[in-house]
Write a protein that binds this ligand. Structure first.
Ligand SMILES: NC(=O)c1ccc[n+]([C@@H]2O[C@H](COP(=O)([O-])OP(=O)(O)OC[C@H]3O[C@@H](n4cnc5c(N)ncnc54)[C@H](OP(=O)(O)O)[C@@H]3O)[C@@H](O)[C@H]2O)c1
Ligand SMILES: *[C@@H]1O[C@H](CO)[C@@H](O)[C@H](O)[C@H]1NC(C)=O
Ligand SMILES: *[C@@H]1O[C@H](CO)[C@@H](O)[C@H](O)[C@H]1NC(C)=O
Ligand SMILES: *[C@@H]1O[C@H](CO)[C@@H](O)[C@H](O)[C@H]1NC(C)=O
Length: 276
């Protein structure tokens, strides 16, 4: 309750920052020149602003995206503002296990450190659809994709902590929507079933899975004595392209969005929830 209250009022919490604080304010005075961060879906919405501000603080940012062209545009925009920015784009489709493995291999081949992993990419309220691996797309993208990515990069992060002594960070973008799940929580035996599928509850389910994994991984790393913290954040309600599948919410936020809102919900939902 306190969380929701401060979310709405923007009043600062114990950290001194609240929901009305900007990323620039929160990172003021931080020198990130020795840090490398991966951010998934870092070419739009919250991810883009996170990439921009990390780059502003000197962090070497690797954006993992499925739309490489859009990410290169985003990179250009960041470089126009911050000439010294170190931003690289690597292809990553979280909906494809093969793509995730390729991304991890490509990143590891760069021989960089990995201090920060931000599991940001996500889709919301998609009509029922299976990924090429046969997994329901919201669960595949939001949870399974990041789960695998984190597993594949964990040794890299542990080694980075060992060699640099700098605490590692894993951040999962979750959502307060995790409370709006299926009646019995995660439908473990029916993850990929069309029967009884509900687009909102399936999103909530994927976000609940994010939080449970963050909690469990955090526990395991502490037990192992590894100095990597795992955090889940609810970013607040921000009008981003995420809402493209939600015509009602989109209309409410039209003026805040750059692109045109969907007109015929059905066709847009199909196009925008596309699998690549
Ligand atoms: N905005 C909010 O109010 C809000 C509230 C609670 C939680 N969140 C969470 O915050 C995170 C960021 O959301 P946002 O609002 O910034 O949304 P957004 O602007 O739609 O950004 C999501 C990003 O994820 C990428 N993505 C989607 N599917 C992908 C895939 N299969 N592989 C790789 N990248 C993929 C998108 O890339 P494409 O352009 O290729 O689709 C996009 O760049 C999400 O995890 C969301 O659940 C947001
Ligand atoms: C970055 O690393 C160098 C070399 O280890 C060190 O001298 C410098 O103080 C570090 N900078 C910051 C901001 O931690
Ligand atoms: C969230 O965090 C943990 C550790 O970062 C990871 O193992 C887990 O898979 C992530 N949850 C997601 C995105 O499902
Ligand atoms: C983890 O790293 C932080 C800062 O880098 C340090 O303050 C803290 O003592 C470290 N914790 C452990 C358990 O090593």
């Amino acid at each position: 309750m306190v969380g929701i209250f401060s979310l709405v009022t923007g009043w600062p919490g114990p950290s001194g920052f609240g929901s009305s604080s900007t990323a620039e304010q929160v990172t003021q005075g931080i020198d990130g020149t020795n840090l490398t961060a991966i951010i998934t879906g870092g070419a739009s919405g919250i991810g883009l602003e996170t990439s921009r501000v990390l780059a502003l603080r000197g962090v070497h940012v690797i954006i993992g995206v499925r739309n490489v062209k859009a990410a290169n545009e985003a990179k250009k925009t960041i470089l126009t503002e911050i000439e010294t920015a170190r931003v690289d784009v690597l292809e990553l489709d979280l909906c494809s296990i093969r793509s995730i493995r390729a991304f991890a291999d490509n990143f590891i081949a760069l021989n960089l450190h990995l201090n920060i992993l931000i599991n940001n990419a996500g889709i919301m309220f998609c009509p029922f659809q299976l990924s090429q691996d046969g997994i329901e797309v919201q669960f595949a993208t939001n949870h399974i994709g990041h789960f695998l990515l984190t597993e594949l990069l964990l040794d890299k992060m542990k080694n980075t902590v060992k060699t640099t002594g700098i605490q590692g960070r894993i951040v999962n973008l979750s959502s307060i929507a995790h409370t709006h799940c299926y009646k019995n929580g995660i439908r473990f035996d029916h993850i990929n079933a069309k029967d009884g599928y509900n687009d909102k509850r399936a999103y909530g389910q994927s976000k609940l899975a994010n939080i449970l994994h963050a909690n469990e991984l955090s526990r395991r790393l502490q037990e192992e004595g590894v100095n990597v913290t795992v955090n889940s954040v609810h970013p607040g309600l921000i009008m981003t392209p995420l809402f493209r599948h939600s015509a009602v919410l989109m209309r409410g936020g039209d003026d805040l969005l750059r692109g045109p809102p969907p007109t015929a919900e059905g066709s847009h939902r199909e196009i925008l929830c596309r699998l690549q």
